[in-house]
Design a protein around this ligand. Structure first.
Ligand code: MN
Ligand code: MN
Length: 281
């Protein structure tokens, strides 16, 4: 692990912490435009913007025990990143702590979910379903994340919220359970949350937020901006609905070279929200 500037208020040791943050600055399978390797640094910097007190939750982030492990070392091959991130996340999960991964591209979710075995459900906020068997010859590509999660926990335990960019080829190959962003814009996030929570079978939920799931007006700093997205407040409501069922969280695909600061700030705030709603204290 490579130490650096810590996430705000992450002042506890690994041993004492209930939440453990890890950055994975990896973007080598990124297809459109790279840059999310700088995500962990930008999100940590943005985390210093916020008050410790989350008044709507009635408690202080400062009361939670948080450790920041720093960044995973650089890897050229995605399979090596997956192996090494799996070892680190397993350390966190096996110690009964809540892992929070900052990407990096979406492939960083694969090892984080793998660390839990098959007893969880995985909900993804994403403009894409990421359900390809392989992409450009790589099974651990960012475009295959939900397929790899389904391999592990079963298709009945994966769901995507906010999808809106799906190729004919993907459609023909079979899609995961998803609620598209158009129906969310038409009918509200609540019905989407109900559908998704009805679909999944396991009580414990891992939430992954590919920031391109949020509309680019709110989150322009990402590799594949896709119009007609959901709002940051939709994501907040989803997180509130999952609440204490949430056992792990990541936010991925934040690409600082394309950001005006809003995207990194949103990602940092979502990390704080994940801690607030899951309430391990
Ligand atoms: Mn994705
Ligand atoms: Mn995406």
């Amino acid at each position: 692990m490579i130490p650096g500037v810590s996430f705000a208020d992450a002042e506890h040791s690994f041993e004492d912490a209930d939440y453990v943050i890890m950055g994975v600055p990896f973007d080598r399978t990124t297809s459109f435009r790279a840059g999310c390797r700088d995500g962990p640094h930008a999100v940590r910097k943005a985390s210093y913007n916020f008050e410790m007190h989350l008044f709507e939750h009635g408690h202080d982030i400062g009361d939670l025990k948080v450790h920041d492990m720093g960044d995973l070392e650089d890897h050229v091959q995605v399979d090596h990143m997956v192996e090494s991130a799996y070892i680190e996340t397993s350390r966190i999960v096996d110690a009964g702590k809540f892992p929070i991964t900052i990407g990096g591209e979406h492939s960083v979710t694969i090892p984080a979910v793998k660390a839990f075995g098959d007893g969880i459900s995985v909900i993804s906020v994403d403009a894409h379903t990421d359900f390809r068997q392989e992409y450009m010859g790589l099974g651990n590509s960012h475009a295959c994340v939900m397929r790899r999660c389904a391999d592990q926990v079963g298709e009945g335990n994966v769901a995507v919220i906010g999808a809106r960019s799906i190729s004919k080829e993907e459609e023909d190959a079979g899609l995961p359970f998803f609620v598209d962003s158009f129906s969310i814009l038409d009918h509200g996030i609540e019905q989407a949350i109900d559908k998704v929570l009805d679909h999944i079978g396991n009580d414990r939920v891992y939430l992954t937020v590919d920031i391109d799931g949020v509309d680019p007006a709110f989150a322009p700093g990402t590799g594949t901006p896709e119009p007609f997205g959901i709002t940051p407040y939709d994501v907040k409501k989803l997180m509130g609905a999952i609440g204490e069922r949430m056992v792990g969280f990541d936010v991925v695909e934040v690409s600082p070279p394309y950001d005006n600061g809003s995207t990194a700030a949103l990602a940092a705030r979502l990390i704080r929200e994940a801690m607030a709603v899951s309430r391990k204290e």
